[in-house]
Design a protein around this ligand. Structure first.
Ligand code: SAM
Length: 235
């Protein structure tokens, strides 16, 4: 899909599912894993309990992650950006319902052009994405997205990226083939990240890799390989 088609896809999911988790994922168990991974990353790399921490989520959808972080870390100030206005409206609604509205700001904007968002700070303590960069339909656009995000983070800040990589997807498909299943293909609105060239580019941007955490291979192995191998191939 091109950018316009991807925009239409997320607009229709936002319209259909509103503030529900289904607006941004079909797999609720994977969403729980993502939230837990975010929680661990925040707890490890920040002192959010002690000092106000400013946080940017790029591609925030209907605000599930932002509201979760705002609720879990009561001193955090969150900024969520998404290019779909309906997602942003629902994110505001979710923050209101969770009583975190005063610490959550949501704006419409493009991940690759954050400089166009009025008054968006350039010194966030933390910026993160969850399955946003995989919606940027080429390696080149993913690099533009990362650069744009890096420019918004303070010198000693952190960037957390929860994204699918081509390499881990290939490992999953190898296992499926070994078990006699057909390989899966990514959704048409996704372009998974090539970990090798992406990490090289991150270095060129002046970023230092702190680590890579494998958060869902056990989940995915069970869901997409072991279970279908026992039930005739259904995910
Ligand atoms: C899979 S959803 C994830 C939403 C949210 N991060 C979550 O985990 O619930 C991807 C989100 O990225 C947004 N997105 C895709 N391309 C974007 C772009 N170029 N700029 C900003 N947002 C974008 C979509 O509108 C959608 O809300």
């Amino acid at each position: 899909m091109n950018k316009e088609e991807i925009y239409d896809h997320w607009t229709s999911w936002a319209q259909e599912h509103g503030e529900a988790i289904e607006a941004t994922t079909r797999t609720q168990s994977a969403k729980s894993i993502e939230l837990s991974a975010l929680n661990s990353a925040f707890a490890r790399y920040t002192s959010v309990d002690a000092t106000p921490t400013t946080v940017l989520e790029v591609g925030c959808g209907n605000g599930v992650n932002c509201v979760y972080i705002a609720s879990s870390f009561p001193k955090s100030q969150i900024f969520g950006i998404d290019f779909v206005p309906e997602m942003v409206e629902h994110a505001r609604g979710s923050a209101r319902s969770a009583h975190t509205y005063e610490r959550c700001t949501f704006r419409v904007g493009d991940a690759m052009q954050l400089e166009e968002i009025e008054d968006l700070p350039t010194d966030f303590d933390i910026a993160f994405t969850v399955r946003c960069l995989i919606n940027l339909e080429s390696d080149e656009n993913q690099r533009r997205g990362l650069k744009s995000i890096a420019e918004r983070v303070a010198t000693n800040g952190y960037i957390f990226l929860i994204e699918n990589s081509q390499q881990s997807y290939a490992r999953q498909n190898n296992l499926r083939t070994t078990l006699g299943l057909q390989p899966r293909t990514p959704a048409s609105f996704n372009h998974f990240i090539d970990e090798v060239s992406f990490l090289e580019f991150a270095k060129e941007c002046g970023l230092t890799l702190q680590g890579i955490v494998d958060i869902s291979s056990l989940h995915d192995t069970v869901l997409y390989a072991l279970a279908p191998s026992t039930n005739g191939g259904t995910d």
